[in-house]
Ligand binder design. Sequence first.
Ligand code: DC
Length: 231
Amino acid sequence: MKRINIAIDGFSSSGKSTIAKALAKALGYIFIDTGAMYRAVTLYFLDRQIPLDDPQAVSDALRQMQIRFERDAQGRQRTILNGRDVEDEIRSMRVARAVSQVAAIPAVRRAMVHQQREMARSKGVVMDGRDIGTVVLPDAELKLFITARPEVRTQRRYRELLEKGLNITPEEVAENLAQRDYIDSHREDSPLRQAKDAILLDTSDLSREEQVQKALQLVKNRDTDKNHPHF
Ligand code: DC
C-alpha cells in the first residue's frame, strides 16, 4: 500500500494522541506529537526566563534549540531537547499553563512548522496537533478532526495527571483546558480549525479501543474510495 501522511487535529485531551499513536503503530508509520514540540519550546523559555515580548531573545533562543523524538526500552516515545529527555517535565502543569501563549508567537510557529514539514517529507507520518491539516500538511492524504465534550476531556486529563501523581483538582484541569481551547482557537496565527476536507470524529462516548477502530476504519475507507472512485 502506498505510504500517505495523516493529519490529526483537535482540542486538548480529545483523544488525538491515543488515536495518532495507535494508527502509527498499526500502519508502521512515524508518530509526531507536535504539541510536545511546543511544550519543549515552552520549557526552554521558562527555564531561561526568555521574555516572550522580546523578538530578538525569542529568535536567539529558537536557534539554540534542537528537538527530536526517541524511543525508550519499552518502546515509548520520548521528547529530547538539546540531548536531554524532557518528556516528563513537558507534561507538567507549569508548562501546560504557559504553552498556549508560547505557541501563539509567530516566530515559534514558523520554526516548528518548518521542522514538522521536514519530518513528513518522506511520507508515512501520523502527525497530531492543532494546525496540521490546515497549515503544516495541507496536502495530507487523510485528515481527522477529533473532538469530545469538555467534561469528558476534563475527566480524561484529570485521570492522566492523577496517575502521574500530580496534585491537582478537576476544577484546575477544566480551567486550564478551557483557557487553552480559547487561546488555541482565537490566536491570529494558524488558529485551531477543522480543515474543509477533514473528517470529524467525536470520541465522547467511545472507549479507547473504539476510537482506534473507528480511525482505522477511516484509513481503510480511504484506500477503498481511492481504489474504486465513484464517477
Ligand atoms: O496537544 P497538546 O495539548 O500537547 O499541545 C500543547 C499546546 O501546544 C496546545 O495548547 C496548543 C499548542 N499546539 C499548537 O499550537 N499547535 C500544534 N500543532 C500543536 C500544539
